[in-house]
Design a protein around this ligand. Structure first.
Ligand code: SF4
Ligand code: SF4
Ligand code: SF4
Ligand code: FES
Length: 721
């Protein structure tokens, strides 16, 4: 969708801003701050606090900038005496019931109220001071709530509601109103997932990270941009440090979202299960060794195995680590056996995407715009905050639904998303996706849908089945199929999301792509790892080299390498542990069930210790720097691969410092427009995989070193109510 720009003025300055945006957000795009307390970027304004008043030429009285939208020719004044007077009154009133603790408050320097009081020169409230002596709510593991500081702006309540967790609300009336959970329960006994969105939204220090007190104030903190690599979203974060220690993690994007793992999981970096030194198996036990000896053991095993060595690159590696790893496999160790877990849990989708969109088809998500979708078709996917699985994606879809988008859920279960009021659930029998989607397409075509690819469409039509047949095969009623089809036809910007419920199966994935192609919809195959797409683009696929170029020689796949390899080298977190090899080398940051089985363990950097680039499940490339030094003797994957390469062959060895430049040369490939690939519409053996189980298995090491896991375990029964 093209965004229409309008020409208008803010404070006499001519600007061009998107039409229909709130004045607060539009002004921010051109560097003008309109004071606000209750506004949340990009959400519908509620006009509650009156801080954002502005004057508009031609209007008699000031209006709220958070509820008024941009129009061509509008002339807005944000700093007139009239609006300053209103802001002074509001600030004065709020300060009358706010403890003036700026000298010790950890929010100082990052507090909207402090900023406005300073800008408006208000030192003390002119109203009589009120205090409520609310008890500090500090019983939860990560977040404290001190209602004594609350401005009653409602940002926390709205942000929690809008993302679907709906934990906070106002309790009581008038000035004694307070923000609380239902029945005033501690957060860990409510449906709170500890995402911390309310912490981020709170303009003052009412809702804070629990251990922020006495750990530095905003101006003391050293900030680093990084990414969380614990799931496919690969969320951008700001890591704040004081005296070399991480004290908080925030979302990088304003009004962005990160889950509890991204925000509070940094405790895992220094946890007891970090692998601090290389380890080798001796007399049946893992014992520590030197890097020198570890490199020799690895090199000897790889040389001995030669072409029968296997290499598995986790999708949590950076592009640079993945490129170096495949170079080690192909160019140095002389093995074609290199692959990544995505080829197993999303193997069908990968083949289908290549068939429909060409060799670079895996990158199709880069063209989908979930944040603008008016209809999201979620097939075989269960992103869920309650299940703590792909939580950011759940939030993004819910935000679209809150904005009016329809969500068509195709699933064997009534998923959390299917409970949304804007959701249409097509609850099908396992393995019947091809038939059900064929029925939806038949109904959509009967509604008059046409496409540019008429030749391909003719072939597709022949492979479709009637709505009645789709209904009897899948168990979904004719009415539901018709409703879904009509909704899809009416959509202007649909996005089709493929989850692990179908992505292991090529036929089902192809059928989902056929549905997408009918409306030229965006396609998002959900990847579970932060850099699954990048790792594939870097050539960690058995049939493809860097830039999706056909590999000189196709090697064994991830599943084929589970047994029979003379040496198997696994770098990073993978969901499986059932690997058998003569020598098993595991490169990881934390101990887990797989490292326990290994013959050699190489300590690798984790989370914010890494630097480089990734391509997340949205197809977005993210560049990030190292936020925290490597723990103990752990090393970056590029360094490890380069050192192993030197130990294997002096003549073929490569240098770590050369890898970043080589990665920049890797082509992204040309994405085709997409062609229909008709498939048989029939029931098949069930093929789905559980995203939650796969993600927990992949992050086992990281989570077991973090308090986040304990919360997840304790809260599972509450969250899933
Ligand atoms: S941490 Fe997240 S789920 Fe919990 S109350 Fe805050 S916004 Fe809601
Ligand atoms: S807790 Fe914070 S965000 Fe929530 S109403 Fe109070 S001041 Fe606003
Ligand atoms: S949603 Fe995924 S990438 Fe984002 S913070 Fe959570 S675990 Fe990390
Ligand atoms: S920000 Fe507009 S009324 Fe509060």
């Amino acid at each position: 969708m093209t965004i229409k720009m309008v020409n208008m003025e803010f404070d006499g300055k001519a600007v061009s801003v998107p039409e229909g945006m709130t004045l607060v957000d539009a002004a921010a795009t051109v560097g003008i701050h309109i004071p606000n307390l209750c506004h949340i970027k990009e959400l519908r304004g509620v006009g509650a606090c009156r801080m954002c008043m502005v004057e508009i030429e031609g209007m008699k009285t000031p209006v709220t900038g958070c509820t008024t939208r941009t129009k061509e020719g509008m002339k807005v004044q944000t700093k007139t005496p009239k609006v300053e007077e209103i802001r002074k009154f509001v600030t004065d009133l709020v300060l009358s019931f706010h403890p003036l603790d700026c000298m010790t408050c950890p929010k100082a320097g990052d507090c909207d109220l402090q900023r406005y009081a300073a800008d408006l020169s208000i030192r003390e409230s002119s109203f009589g001071r009120k205090s409520f002596n609310y008890e500090l709510n500090d019983k939860s593991p990560f977040i404290t709530i001190d209602n004594n500081y609350c401005t009653l702006c409602g940002r926390c309540v709205r942000v929690c509601k809008e993302q679907g967790t709906n934990v906070l609300d106002f309790m009581g009336r008038g000035i004694t109103t307070k923000v609380s959970t239902a029945q005033d329960k501690p957060l860990h006994e409510s449906g709170c997932t500890f995402c911390g969105s309310c912490v981020e939204a709170c303009p003052v220090n009412t809702i804070m990270e629990r251990d922020r007190w006495q750990h530095g104030r905003e101006w003391d903190l050293e900030k680093h941009e990084s990414v969380c690599t614990a799931c496919g979203s690969g969320c951008s974060v700001i890591v704040s440090k004081k005296d070399g220690r991480i004290v908080k993690v925030n979302t990088k994007e304003s009004n962005g979202y990160i889950c509890a793992i991204g925000r509070f999981g940094f405790d895992s970096l220094g946890s007891g299960n970090r692998i601090t030194k290389p380890m080798k198996r001796q007399d049946g036990k893992l014992v520590t060794t030197t890097w020198e000896e570890a490199l020799k053991i690895a090199a000897d095993a790889l040389k001995k195995a030669g072409a029968n060595a296997g290499f598995i690159a986790s999708g949590s590696l950076t592009n640079e680590e993945a490129f170096a790893f495949q170079k080690l496999a192909r160019d140095v160790a002389g093995s074609a056996n290199i692959d990544t877990p995505a080829s197993s849990y999303a193997g069908g989708a990968i083949s289908a995407l290549r068939a429909a969109y060409g060799d670079a088809g895996i990158a199709v998500a880069s063209k989908a715009n979930l944040s603008a979708a008016d209809c999201v078709v979620v097939i075989g996917a269960d992103p869920s905050q309650k299940q703590q699985s792909l939580q950011e994606i759940d939030v993004m879809i819910r935000r679209r639904a809150q904005a009016g988008a329809k969500v068509i859920v195709v699933s064997t279960e009534k998923t959390d998303l299917a409970h949304h009021q804007n959701a249409i659930l097509l609850q099908l029998e396992a393995g019947t996706d091809t038939a059900l989607l064929a029925g939806v397409m038949s109904a959509a075509l009967a509604e008059g849908l046409t496409t540019a690819d008429t030749k391909g469409l003719d072939a597709l039509r022949k492979a479709l089945v009637s709505v009645d047949r789709a209904s009897s095969t899948s168990g979904v009623s004719v009415e539901q199929i018709m409703t879904a089809a009509k909704t899809y036809v009416a959509a202007k910007q649909p996005v089709v999301v493929l989850g692990t419920g179908i992505s292991a199966n090529e036929e089902a994935s192809l059928q989902a792509l056929n549905l997408a192609l009918l409306k030229n919809a965006g396609v998002m195959p959900l990847m579970l790892e932060a850099n699954a797409l990048g790792v594939m683009q870097m050539g960690c696929l058995s049939a493809m080299g860097p830039g999706y170029a056909k590999a000189k020689q196709a090697g064994k796949s991830y599943s084929e390498m589970k047994s029979g390899m003379k040496a198997l080298y696994i770098a990073g977190n993978v969901p499986d542990t059932d690997f058998k090899a003569d020598v098993l080398i595991v490169q990881a940051s934390h101990t887990n069930a797989l490292t326990q089985k290994a013959d050699l363990v190489l300590p690798m950097t984790a989370l914010f210790e890494k630097h480089g680039t990734i391509v997340n499940t949205y197809g977005t490339e993210k560049v990030f720097a190292q936020a925290q030094p490597a723990t103990a003797e752990s090393k970056d994957g590029v360094e490890i691969a380069a050192e192993v390469s030197a130990a294997v062959s002096k003549t073929k060895a490569f240098k770590a410092k050369d890898i970043a430049a080589l990665v920049k040369k890797v082509k992204t490939g040309k994405l085709g427009a997409g062609t229909f690939k008709p498939v048989k519409a029939a029931a098949a053996k069930p093929y789905g995989m559980s995203t939650t189980v796969l993600l927990l298995a992949m992050n086992q090491g990281l989570l077991s070193g973090s308090a986040v896991l304990k919360v997840i375990e304790v809260k599972q029964p509450i969250l899933q109510k």
